[in-house]
Design a protein around this ligand. Sequence first.
Ligand SMILES: [Zn+2]
Ligand SMILES: [Zn+2]
Length: 346
Amino acid sequence: MTSKALLKFTPSGIYCEQADVFIDPWRRVKRALITHAHSDHARWGMEAYLAHNHSIPVMRLRLGKDIRAQGIEYNQSIRINGVEISFHPAGHIIGSSQIRLAYQDQIWVVSGDYKVEDDGLATAFEPITCTHFITESTFGLPVYRWSPQEEVFSQINDWWASNAAVGRPSLITAYSLGKAQRILQGVDHEIGPVFTHGAVENTNEVLRKAGIQLKASRQVIGQGPDAHKKKDFQNALIIAPPSAVGSAWVKRFGTHSLGMASGWMSLRGARRRRAADRGFILSDHADWDGLNWAVQETGAEYVYVTHGYSEIYSRWLREQGYKSQVVETLFGEEEEQEPSPTLDQK
Ligand SMILES: [Zn+2]
Ligand SMILES: [Zn+2]
Protein backbone atom coordinates (compact mmCIF):
# COMPACT_ATOMS: atom_id res chain seq x y z
CA MET A 1 0.00 0.00 0.00
CA THR A 2 1.46 3.34 -1.00
CA SER A 3 -0.64 5.61 1.20
CA LYS A 4 0.06 5.88 4.91
CA ALA A 5 -1.63 3.27 7.13
CA LEU A 6 -4.93 4.60 8.46
CA LEU A 7 -4.52 2.88 11.82
CA LYS A 8 -1.36 2.38 13.78
CA PHE A 9 -0.44 0.49 16.90
CA THR A 10 0.79 2.80 19.65
CA PRO A 11 1.66 2.35 23.34
CA SER A 12 -1.77 3.79 24.20
CA GLY A 13 -3.73 1.58 21.84
CA ILE A 14 -4.91 1.29 18.26
CA TYR A 15 -4.87 4.82 16.85
CA CYS A 16 -6.37 6.60 13.86
CA GLU A 17 -4.39 9.80 13.47
CA GLN A 18 -6.59 11.21 10.69
CA ALA A 19 -9.66 11.16 12.98
CA ASP A 20 -7.66 11.47 16.21
CA VAL A 21 -9.48 8.53 17.85
CA PHE A 22 -8.30 5.40 19.64
CA ILE A 23 -10.02 2.04 19.60
CA ASP A 24 -10.21 0.23 22.98
CA PRO A 25 -7.21 2.19 24.35
CA TRP A 26 -5.49 1.16 27.57
CA ARG A 27 -4.06 4.56 28.47
CA ARG A 28 -5.96 7.77 29.00
CA VAL A 29 -6.84 9.41 25.66
CA LYS A 30 -9.19 12.13 24.46
CA ARG A 31 -11.53 10.08 22.32
CA ALA A 32 -12.06 6.33 22.66
CA LEU A 33 -14.16 4.13 20.40
CA ILE A 34 -15.14 1.03 22.39
CA THR A 35 -15.88 -2.35 20.79
CA HIS A 36 -17.59 -3.77 23.90
CA ALA A 37 -17.93 -3.37 27.65
CA HIS A 38 -15.56 -6.12 28.84
CA SER A 39 -12.92 -4.71 31.16
CA ASP A 40 -9.94 -5.34 28.88
CA HIS A 41 -11.57 -3.27 26.11
CA ALA A 42 -13.56 -0.59 27.97
CA ARG A 43 -11.14 0.93 30.44
CA TRP A 44 -11.57 3.66 32.97
CA GLY A 45 -10.23 7.19 32.49
CA MET A 46 -10.94 8.17 28.88
CA GLU A 47 -12.08 11.76 28.31
CA ALA A 48 -14.87 10.66 25.97
CA TYR A 49 -16.29 7.31 24.88
CA LEU A 50 -18.25 6.26 21.82
CA ALA A 51 -19.81 2.78 21.94
CA HIS A 52 -22.91 0.90 20.85
CA ASN A 53 -26.08 1.98 22.68
CA HIS A 54 -26.28 -1.32 24.57
CA SER A 55 -22.70 -1.05 25.82
CA ILE A 56 -23.24 2.34 27.45
CA PRO A 57 -25.34 1.28 30.50
CA VAL A 58 -22.90 -1.53 31.30
CA MET A 59 -19.95 0.85 30.94
CA ARG A 60 -21.64 3.28 33.33
CA LEU A 61 -22.13 0.43 35.81
CA ARG A 62 -18.49 -0.58 35.59
CA LEU A 63 -16.67 2.70 34.96
CA GLY A 64 -18.91 5.18 36.75
CA LYS A 65 -22.21 6.94 36.11
CA ASP A 66 -20.57 10.19 35.07
CA ILE A 67 -18.28 9.02 32.26
CA ARG A 68 -18.67 11.10 29.08
CA ALA A 69 -20.18 8.49 26.79
CA GLN A 70 -22.18 8.65 23.62
CA GLY A 71 -24.13 5.78 22.09
CA ILE A 72 -24.40 4.78 18.46
CA GLU A 73 -26.55 2.25 16.56
CA TYR A 74 -25.23 -0.51 14.33
CA ASN A 75 -24.66 0.58 10.71
CA GLN A 76 -25.07 4.25 11.55
CA SER A 77 -22.00 6.18 10.43
CA ILE A 78 -20.31 9.33 11.62
CA ARG A 79 -17.58 11.29 9.90
CA ILE A 80 -14.56 12.75 11.64
CA ASN A 81 -12.09 14.74 9.52
CA GLY A 82 -13.02 12.75 6.45
CA VAL A 83 -12.90 9.32 8.12
CA GLU A 84 -16.16 7.41 7.97
CA ILE A 85 -16.68 5.47 11.20
CA SER A 86 -19.38 2.87 11.83
CA PHE A 87 -20.18 0.05 14.26
CA HIS A 88 -21.27 -3.45 13.15
CA PRO A 89 -22.43 -6.51 15.12
CA ALA A 90 -19.65 -8.75 16.48
CA GLY A 91 -21.92 -11.39 18.09
CA HIS A 92 -19.67 -11.65 21.15
CA ILE A 93 -21.87 -10.12 23.89
CA ILE A 94 -24.75 -7.64 23.95
CA GLY A 95 -23.60 -4.38 22.31
CA SER A 96 -20.34 -5.85 21.01
CA SER A 97 -19.20 -4.23 17.81
CA GLN A 98 -16.69 -4.41 15.06
CA ILE A 99 -15.57 -0.88 14.29
CA ARG A 100 -15.11 0.10 10.66
CA LEU A 101 -12.98 3.09 9.65
CA ALA A 102 -12.83 4.11 5.99
CA TYR A 103 -10.65 6.79 4.44
CA GLN A 104 -9.56 7.13 0.81
CA ASP A 105 -8.55 3.66 -0.44
CA GLN A 106 -8.36 1.98 2.99
CA ILE A 107 -11.10 0.27 4.97
CA TRP A 108 -10.06 -1.02 8.38
CA VAL A 109 -12.20 -3.22 10.60
CA VAL A 110 -11.30 -3.71 14.26
CA SER A 111 -13.19 -6.83 15.27
CA GLY A 112 -12.78 -6.59 19.04
CA ASP A 113 -13.87 -9.99 20.33
CA TYR A 114 -16.34 -11.92 18.21
CA LYS A 115 -18.12 -15.18 17.64
CA VAL A 116 -19.94 -16.29 14.54
CA GLU A 117 -22.68 -18.47 16.09
CA ASP A 118 -25.87 -16.49 16.73
CA ASP A 119 -26.59 -16.76 20.47
CA GLY A 120 -29.99 -15.05 20.19
CA LEU A 121 -28.91 -12.35 22.64
CA ALA A 122 -26.06 -10.40 21.03
CA THR A 123 -26.91 -9.17 17.52
CA ALA A 124 -25.46 -11.79 15.18
CA PHE A 125 -21.98 -11.30 13.70
CA GLU A 126 -21.88 -9.78 10.22
CA PRO A 127 -18.75 -10.01 8.07
CA ILE A 128 -17.68 -6.56 6.89
CA THR A 129 -15.68 -6.20 3.69
CA CYS A 130 -12.40 -4.41 4.29
CA THR A 131 -8.79 -4.07 3.21
CA HIS A 132 -7.29 -4.38 6.73
CA PHE A 133 -8.79 -6.64 9.39
CA ILE A 134 -7.72 -6.77 13.03
CA THR A 135 -8.78 -10.10 14.47
CA GLU A 136 -8.63 -11.69 17.89
CA SER A 137 -7.30 -15.25 18.15
CA THR A 138 -8.35 -16.36 21.65
CA PHE A 139 -9.08 -19.86 20.33
CA GLY A 140 -6.90 -19.76 17.22
CA LEU A 141 -5.82 -23.39 17.17
CA PRO A 142 -7.43 -26.27 15.24
CA VAL A 143 -8.17 -28.13 18.50
CA TYR A 144 -10.87 -25.58 19.29
CA ARG A 145 -14.09 -26.50 17.55
CA TRP A 146 -17.38 -25.79 19.23
CA SER A 147 -20.46 -28.01 19.20
CA PRO A 148 -23.74 -26.29 18.33
CA GLN A 149 -24.97 -24.44 21.42
CA GLU A 150 -28.22 -26.49 21.55
CA GLU A 151 -26.10 -29.54 22.38
CA VAL A 152 -24.24 -27.72 25.12
CA PHE A 153 -27.46 -26.42 26.65
CA SER A 154 -29.01 -29.86 26.68
CA GLN A 155 -25.89 -31.12 28.54
CA ILE A 156 -26.32 -28.33 31.07
CA ASN A 157 -30.03 -29.06 31.46
CA ASP A 158 -29.39 -32.80 31.97
CA TRP A 159 -26.76 -32.09 34.60
CA TRP A 160 -29.01 -29.61 36.39
CA ALA A 161 -32.07 -31.92 36.27
CA SER A 162 -30.15 -34.88 37.67
CA ASN A 163 -28.85 -32.76 40.54
CA ALA A 164 -32.30 -31.32 41.20
CA ALA A 165 -33.73 -34.84 41.34
CA VAL A 166 -31.60 -35.62 44.40
CA GLY A 167 -31.95 -32.18 46.00
CA ARG A 168 -28.44 -31.01 45.14
CA PRO A 169 -27.88 -27.38 44.07
CA SER A 170 -26.17 -26.80 40.71
CA LEU A 171 -23.63 -24.00 40.73
CA ILE A 172 -22.40 -22.93 37.32
CA THR A 173 -19.65 -20.39 36.74
CA ALA A 174 -19.83 -17.91 33.91
CA TYR A 175 -18.36 -14.49 33.31
CA SER A 176 -20.80 -11.92 34.69
CA LEU A 177 -21.18 -10.00 31.41
CA GLY A 178 -22.04 -12.18 28.43
CA LYS A 179 -21.77 -15.83 29.40
CA ALA A 180 -24.02 -15.43 32.45
CA GLN A 181 -26.88 -13.96 30.41
CA ARG A 182 -26.36 -16.55 27.69
CA ILE A 183 -26.80 -19.34 30.23
CA LEU A 184 -29.80 -17.63 31.78
CA GLN A 185 -31.48 -17.53 28.36
CA GLY A 186 -30.37 -20.96 27.17
CA VAL A 187 -31.36 -23.22 30.07
CA ASP A 188 -34.74 -24.83 30.71
CA HIS A 189 -36.44 -22.84 33.47
CA GLU A 190 -38.97 -25.67 34.02
CA ILE A 191 -36.28 -27.57 35.93
CA GLY A 192 -36.17 -25.13 38.84
CA PRO A 193 -35.42 -21.58 39.90
CA VAL A 194 -32.38 -19.69 38.62
CA PHE A 195 -30.37 -17.74 41.18
CA THR A 196 -27.53 -15.33 40.54
CA HIS A 197 -24.51 -13.88 42.27
CA GLY A 198 -24.69 -10.11 42.85
CA ALA A 199 -22.12 -9.36 40.14
CA VAL A 200 -24.31 -11.19 37.62
CA GLU A 201 -27.58 -9.70 38.84
CA ASN A 202 -26.22 -6.12 38.72
CA THR A 203 -25.42 -6.68 35.07
CA ASN A 204 -28.80 -8.31 34.39
CA GLU A 205 -30.50 -5.33 35.97
CA VAL A 206 -28.88 -2.69 33.78
CA LEU A 207 -29.49 -4.79 30.67
CA ARG A 208 -33.18 -5.18 31.54
CA LYS A 209 -33.40 -1.43 32.09
CA ALA A 210 -31.86 -0.95 28.66
CA GLY A 211 -34.71 -2.99 27.19
CA ILE A 212 -33.05 -6.40 26.83
CA GLN A 213 -35.61 -9.13 27.51
CA LEU A 214 -33.87 -11.47 29.93
CA LYS A 215 -35.51 -14.48 31.54
CA ALA A 216 -36.24 -14.46 35.27
CA SER A 217 -33.35 -14.61 37.73
CA ARG A 218 -33.13 -13.79 41.42
CA GLN A 219 -30.13 -12.68 43.34
CA VAL A 220 -28.98 -14.86 46.23
CA ILE A 221 -29.77 -12.99 49.44
CA GLY A 222 -27.32 -13.84 52.21
CA GLN A 223 -28.51 -11.78 55.16
CA GLY A 224 -31.57 -10.19 56.70
CA PRO A 225 -35.20 -11.28 56.98
CA ASP A 226 -35.38 -12.22 53.28
CA ALA A 227 -32.22 -14.31 53.33
CA HIS A 228 -32.48 -17.50 51.32
CA LYS A 229 -32.19 -20.82 53.10
CA LYS A 230 -30.36 -23.93 52.05
CA LYS A 231 -33.58 -25.62 50.97
CA ASP A 232 -34.30 -22.80 48.49
CA PHE A 233 -31.34 -23.98 46.44
CA GLN A 234 -32.10 -27.71 46.34
CA ASN A 235 -33.40 -27.75 42.78
CA ALA A 236 -31.83 -24.47 41.73
CA LEU A 237 -29.27 -23.43 39.17
CA ILE A 238 -26.99 -20.74 40.56
CA ILE A 239 -25.00 -18.60 38.13
CA ALA A 240 -21.84 -17.03 39.58
CA PRO A 241 -18.58 -15.60 38.28
CA PRO A 242 -15.58 -17.98 38.36
CA SER A 243 -13.97 -15.98 41.17
CA ALA A 244 -16.80 -16.99 43.52
CA VAL A 245 -15.56 -20.58 43.54
CA GLY A 246 -13.75 -21.36 46.77
CA SER A 247 -15.00 -18.18 48.43
CA ALA A 248 -17.15 -17.98 51.55
CA TRP A 249 -20.06 -17.05 49.28
CA VAL A 250 -20.55 -20.63 48.07
CA LYS A 251 -20.68 -22.15 51.55
CA ARG A 252 -24.37 -21.33 51.93
CA PHE A 253 -25.28 -23.87 49.27
CA GLY A 254 -23.87 -26.80 51.24
CA THR A 255 -23.04 -29.87 49.17
CA HIS A 256 -23.49 -28.88 45.55
CA SER A 257 -22.34 -29.79 42.07
CA LEU A 258 -19.97 -27.36 40.36
CA GLY A 259 -20.14 -26.81 36.61
CA MET A 260 -18.02 -24.46 34.54
CA ALA A 261 -18.94 -23.03 31.15
CA SER A 262 -15.96 -21.89 29.07
CA GLY A 263 -14.13 -22.55 25.85
CA TRP A 264 -11.16 -23.56 27.99
CA MET A 265 -13.11 -26.59 29.19
CA SER A 266 -12.09 -28.30 25.95
CA LEU A 267 -8.52 -28.44 27.26
CA ARG A 268 -7.70 -31.66 28.99
CA GLY A 269 -6.94 -30.89 32.64
CA ALA A 270 -8.61 -27.48 32.72
CA ARG A 271 -11.60 -28.85 34.57
CA ARG A 272 -9.52 -30.80 37.06
CA ARG A 273 -7.29 -27.84 37.82
CA ARG A 274 -10.37 -25.80 38.59
CA ALA A 275 -12.04 -28.43 40.74
CA ALA A 276 -15.19 -28.57 38.63
CA ASP A 277 -17.49 -31.60 38.59
CA ARG A 278 -18.56 -30.79 35.06
CA GLY A 279 -17.09 -28.68 32.29
CA PHE A 280 -19.29 -27.32 29.51
CA ILE A 281 -17.57 -26.10 26.37
CA LEU A 282 -19.35 -22.84 25.71
CA SER A 283 -17.52 -19.79 24.43
CA ASP A 284 -18.35 -16.27 23.33
CA HIS A 285 -15.31 -16.32 21.04
CA ALA A 286 -15.04 -17.77 17.55
CA ASP A 287 -13.55 -21.25 17.30
CA TRP A 288 -10.93 -22.25 14.71
CA ASP A 289 -13.43 -22.61 11.87
CA GLY A 290 -15.22 -19.43 12.90
CA LEU A 291 -12.03 -17.37 12.82
CA ASN A 292 -11.03 -18.68 9.41
CA TRP A 293 -14.50 -18.10 8.00
CA ALA A 294 -14.63 -14.56 9.38
CA VAL A 295 -11.20 -13.64 8.03
CA GLN A 296 -12.03 -15.01 4.61
CA GLU A 297 -15.39 -13.21 4.46
CA THR A 298 -13.78 -9.80 5.00
CA GLY A 299 -11.81 -10.14 1.78
CA ALA A 300 -8.97 -8.34 3.57
CA GLU A 301 -5.45 -8.43 2.21
CA TYR A 302 -3.88 -7.45 5.55
CA VAL A 303 -4.79 -9.28 8.74
CA TYR A 304 -3.44 -8.19 12.13
CA VAL A 305 -3.74 -10.74 14.89
CA THR A 306 -4.13 -9.99 18.58
CA HIS A 307 -5.06 -11.68 21.80
CA GLY A 308 -4.73 -15.41 22.09
CA TYR A 309 -2.63 -17.69 19.92
CA SER A 310 -1.56 -14.71 17.85
CA GLU A 311 1.89 -15.99 16.71
CA ILE A 312 0.56 -19.34 15.56
CA TYR A 313 -2.59 -17.98 14.01
CA SER A 314 -0.76 -15.19 12.17
CA ARG A 315 1.76 -17.68 10.74
CA TRP A 316 -1.13 -19.85 9.56
CA LEU A 317 -2.69 -16.85 7.80
CA ARG A 318 0.60 -16.04 6.06
CA GLU A 319 0.70 -19.63 4.83
CA GLN A 320 -2.78 -19.07 3.39
CA GLY A 321 -1.50 -16.05 1.45
CA TYR A 322 -2.55 -13.17 3.69
CA LYS A 323 -0.21 -10.37 4.67
CA SER A 324 -0.40 -10.97 8.37
CA GLN A 325 1.40 -9.88 11.50
CA VAL A 326 0.96 -10.03 15.24
CA VAL A 327 0.12 -6.84 17.07
CA GLU A 328 0.75 -6.36 20.75
CA THR A 329 -2.28 -5.24 22.72
CA LEU A 330 -3.35 -5.50 26.32
CA PHE A 331 -6.50 -7.44 25.44
CA GLY A 332 -6.88 -10.74 27.24
CA GLU A 333 -9.34 -13.52 27.80
CA GLU A 334 -12.10 -12.27 30.03
CA GLU A 335 -12.79 -15.75 31.30
CA GLU A 336 -9.43 -15.56 33.04
CA GLN A 337 -9.86 -12.05 34.34
CA GLU A 338 -12.94 -12.02 36.46
CA PRO A 339 -12.62 -9.30 39.12
CA SER A 340 -12.93 -10.65 42.64
CA PRO A 341 -16.50 -10.60 43.93
CA THR A 342 -17.76 -8.75 46.93
CA LEU A 343 -18.51 -11.54 49.35
CA ASP A 344 -21.81 -11.95 51.12
CA GLN A 345 -23.64 -9.29 49.23
CA LYS A 346 -27.09 -8.43 50.43
ZN1 LIG B 1 -14.76 -9.64 25.34
ZN1 LIG C 1 -11.14 -9.34 24.80
